[in-house]
Each structure stands twice: as structure tokens, then as C-alpha cells.
Ligand binder design. Structure first.
Ligand code: BTN
Length: 247
């Protein structure tokens, strides 16, 4: 079960670090599905070395997974978490979309992010930590963050614990589907929720800037762009930016 056992902390630097330390604890190693939540984080981390704004009132959760996967099959777990979060946000009454690979947006503003980290030994996967930050109750964000929350988007006060339960149930379902069917089992839902589907975008592929339209997912979870000549390019990491429509 995803989210069981659950460790609750008032405050920590990063729940991802706490979950990794628990995974490595020889006396009591965290089992598959274990999770750590904190009321607030002092050094919450986002992708690409960014900080994650983490005051009290939101969901900060890291789930420890020990899936039977090779390390190369781990990145789509970020998509599983993104789907779980987007569906929980939708069910709460805010129309959510996913910006590949890890942002969940409402009205073009970021409501959640996913930070997936793994530990390997040789070619073997030891464990994965899927960290999820979802803005639940916060009502005033620093303007440079272009962020929103469930409270702002729905006008309702939601309990962080209920939101966490919904996200964990969704993650359990999408993880099962991914383990059974790979990325193709996620692709339909992902494209239905994708903020970028069919949009003109720009991204780096093998160091070169590529412009095209986002047309779907490759079987390893990379985002496929189709350029004006009809060639397809796979974005495996980094940022994807929307651009103005070309001539
Ligand atoms: C991103 O959008 O860049 C990813 C943000 C991930 C934030 C979450 S909050 C819980 C967990 N602990 C962290 O330090 N980061 C993740």
C-alpha cells in the first residue's frame, strides 16, 4: 500500500532526504510504499537544483518505492505521480494539467511538482524516492513563483491528510498500471491531461535547441516533439518551453 507506513514530521530539511535515510536504515529499512510527510520543510528541493517553497499548510510527501525495475525504467514514475496529483486536484474541483515531466498546473500556474530520486548499486535499483509537493492551503505566494493552491483555485479549505490519501491511492493505481503495461499504459491519460499536447514548444535535444509540437510520449517516457519537417525528437531531460506560433 502506498503511504503505509507513514512517518509524520513537524519540520525537516527535505522529506526526500528523510525517506532516503529511512530506506538505508539497517535497523528498520523503509518498506515499499512507506511515506514521510512534513508540516513544513526548511530546505525543500525541486528539480534542477531549485528550492521548493515549503511553509506550513501544504502537502510535502516523499514515497519510498522498491519496484522491480531497472534504473532506466525509473523516470516514468514521475509521470505516475504527476497523473495521481492531477487527478486528485481535478477531483478537488480545480482543472489540472501536467507540464512534462513533473509540473502540475492550474490556470497556467504551478500547483504541484514531483522530484524523483533513486539509489542504485551497480546496475541494480536499490530504491526510489518520489517527492511530491502540492500547494493545498497557502493563499499568498511570492509573485515570482507564479504558483497557486487548492485553496485559491477552488475557494475551499481542504484537509492536507485527505489530499494525501487521494494522491497515494492514485499513485498506487498508476504505479500498478505502469508496472503491468509500461509507458503505453500511461500515455492516454497523460495526453488527456498534458498542458503541452499539440502546443508549439522549444527544448534541448542532445545539446541543440529543437522547435516543434509536443505529440506524445516515447516508450521510455521521453517527450516527443515533431518539427516542421515532420521529424520526431525525444526530449529526455530538462525544461520544455512553450513558444509563439511560427509563421
Ligand atoms: C519541482 O517541481 O521542481 C519538484 C518539487 C518537489 C517538491 C517536493 S516537496 C516534498 C519533497 N521534498 C523535497 O525536498 N522535494 C519534494
Amino acid at each position: 500500500m502506498i503511504g503505509i507506513p507513514l512517518r509524520r514530521l513537524e519540520r525537516c530539511d527535505s522529506t526526500n532526504d528523510e525517506a532516503a535515510a529511512w530506506a538505508r536504515d539497517p535497523a528498520d529499512p523503509a518498506p515499499h510504499g512507506a511515506a514521510v510527510v512534513a508540516v513544513a520543510q526548511q530546505a525543500g528541493r525541486g528539480r534542477q537544483g531549485r528550492a521548493w517553497h515549503s511553509p506550513a499548510g501544504n502537502l510535502y510527501m516523499s514515497v519510498l518505492l522498491r519496484p522491480p525495475l531497472a534504473p532506466a525504467k525509473v523516470p516514468p514514475l514521475t509521470l505516475c505521480a504527476g497523473l495521481a496529483v492531477a487527478e486528485a486536484v481535478n477531483d478537488a474541483g480545480a482543472p489540472a494539467s501536467i507540464k512534462w515531466p513533473n509540473d502540475v498546473l492550474v490556470d497556467g500556474k504551478k500547483i504541484a511538482g514531483v522530484l524523483t530520486e533513486m539509489s542504485t548499486r551497480g546496475a541494480e535499483l536499490e530504491y526510489v524516492v518520489v517527492g511530491i509537493g502540492l500547494n493545498v492551503g497557502e493563499r499568498a505566494f511570492p509573485p515570482e513563483l507564479a504558483a497557486t493552491s487548492l485553496a485559491l483555485a477552488t475557494g475551499r479549505e481542504l484537509e492536507v491528510d485527505r489530499v494525501r490519501e487521494a494522491v497515494c491511492a492514485g499513485l498506487e493505481m498508476w504505479l500498478e498500471r505502469y508496472l503491468a503495461g509500461g509507458v503505453p499504459a500511461l500515455a492516454g491519460a497523460f495526453s488527456a491531461h498534458s498542458a503541452l499536447a499539440g502546443r508549439p514548444v522549444r527544448a534541448r535535444v542532445d545539446g541543440a535547441l529543437v522547435e516543434g509540437r509536443a505529440v506524445g510520449l516515447r516508450d521510455d517516457g521521453a517527450l516527443l516533439l515533431e518539427d516542421a519537417a515532420g521529424c520526431r525528437h525525444a526530449v529526455v531531460a530538462g525544461e520544455v518551453h512553450e513558444r509563439e506560433e511560427g509563421p
